[in-house]
Design a protein around this ligand. Structure first.
Ligand SMILES: [Zn+2]
Length: 90
């Protein structure tokens, strides 16, 4: 499967807290939303099931198709080419 927002946060240095989970601040502090909606079907998305798409919107696992990022390098290159910092939402 393509990269999720959780994968992006971990790549950007997010660490689990004492409970072993990732607090919302781990995402928010990296410019990633804690909740979002799928561009295709409107499903509610949290970091673990939110797939960034080349469209700039998030998509669910059913709707991401081949519009996601298969690797961190692909993701970082895409945002670098848009003049954005890595992981930084517009
Ligand atoms: Zn969807």
């Amino acid at each position: 499967m393509p990269l999720t927002n959780h994968d992006v946060a971990v790549k950007l240095g997010a660490q689990p807290d004492a409970s072993g989970g990732y607090p919302g601040s781990a995402y928010i502090s990296r410019g990633l939303p804690v909740l979002g909606g799928c561009e295709g079907c409107g499903a509610t998305l949290a970091p673990y099931n939110a797939y960034p798409s080349v469209s700039g919107y998030l998509r669910c696992s059913d709707c991401i198709g081949d519009t996601g990022f298969d690797s961190w390098d692909e993701y970082a290159d895409h945002y670098a080419n848009l003049g954005m910092t890595e992981g930084g939402a517009p």
